[in-house]
Design a protein around this ligand. Structure first.
Ligand SMILES: NC(=O)c1ccc[n+]([C@@H]2O[C@H](COP(=O)([O-])OP(=O)(O)OC[C@H]3O[C@@H](n4cnc5c(N)ncnc54)[C@H](O)[C@@H]3O)[C@@H](O)[C@H]2O)c1
Length: 254
């Protein structure tokens, strides 16, 4: 079987770690990357990876250097997943310019820079490839309380995905997004605490709201997202590009 290399950003935790594990189970050599090198190393150990890298998606020069280094050492990449992201729940009226810069800096500018560096490497290698950006259902609807900056960043990721898909199709590179719903990860644990405080209730009650908002009736698991990513990068999706796939148990339908 042909060797297939996959690189995932923000792979030290939650959804990124699950994507790395899922792709490894499906036969990819996976290089987990994260701003937190130790967590990337832990995912690498779980995936039997040939390596891991510290990669901060906000560091424009560093992103290019790391992608060039890892393709030099491990060969061409066939899959790149731009997953790194952050959130902070605040009322729209209270979000500071610094908070806005951080959210847009990681979620939108960071996804742009990382996916751009990956696309450049794929174009250089000349073998095509697949890129998946992890957006959110908050990238398709703004009816998400206390996350206005996050919503703005994720709408940007959905648009970026379409623009990349158009410009990269001629190189045999497909570009898609996944739009998860309420996923049980460390990010969600933080959000449950913030939202409980903002609503004057408990984290458990907020979790109940998430489940009530999800027709399939449970909190989403990182593996639900990971399997959808695996589909998008597979040959079963060979004629799908520019798509932003809802993976949310029906919590938002468009
Ligand atoms: N959890 C959810 O409900 C949910 C829903 C929709 C979309 N998402 C998106 O899924 C992605 C993963 O979220 P998660 O829930 O697994 O969060 P998480 O906080 O559990 O993991 C995020 C990972 O990104 C890393 N990271 C943060 N800043 C970084 C940077 N500058 N450079 C590189 N890595 C960085 C963190 O170290 C961490 O390992 C994010 O893009 C998030 O917006 C999450």
């Amino acid at each position: 079987m042909t060797r297939r290399l996959a690189v995932v950003t923000g792979a030290g935790s939650g959804i990124g770690a699950a994507i790395a594990r899922e792709l490894a189970e499906r036969g990819y050599e996976v290089l987990p990357t994260d701003i937190d090198a130790a967590s990337a190393a832990a995912t690498a150990a779980a995936c039997g990876s040939p390596g891991h890298y510290r990669l901060d998606v906000t560091d424009a020069a560093g992103v290019g250097e790391v992608i060039t280094e890892l393709t030099t050492v491990h060969g061409p990449m066939s899959v790149f997943v731009s997953n790194a992201g952050v959130s902070r729940m605040r009322r729209f009226l209270d979000i500071s310019p610094e908070e806005l810069d951080r959210t847009l800096g990681v979620n939108l500018r960071g996804a742009f820079l990382a996916s751009q560096a990956a696309a450049r490497a794929m174009v250089r290698a000349g073998n095509g490839g697949c890129i998946v950006n992890v957006a959110s259902m908050a990238g398709k609807q703004g009816k998400v309380p206390f996350l206005a900056d996050y919503v703005a960043s994720k709408f940007g990721v959905v648009g970026l995905t379409q623009a990349m898909a158009v410009e990269l199709a001629g190189y045999g590179i497909r570009v898609n997004s996944v739009c998860p719903g309420y996923v049980a990860t460390p990010m969600q644990e933080r959000e449950l605490a913030w939202e409980a405080e903002l609503r004057g209730t408990t984290p458990e009650a907020v979790r109940g709201l998430y489940i009530a908002d999800t027709p399939l009736g449970r909190v989403e698991q990182p593996e639900d997202v990971a399997r959808a990513v695996a589909f998008l990068v597979s040959d079963d999706a060979s004629f799908i590009t520019g798509e932003s796939l809802a993976v949310n148990g029906g919590a938002f339908m468009d």
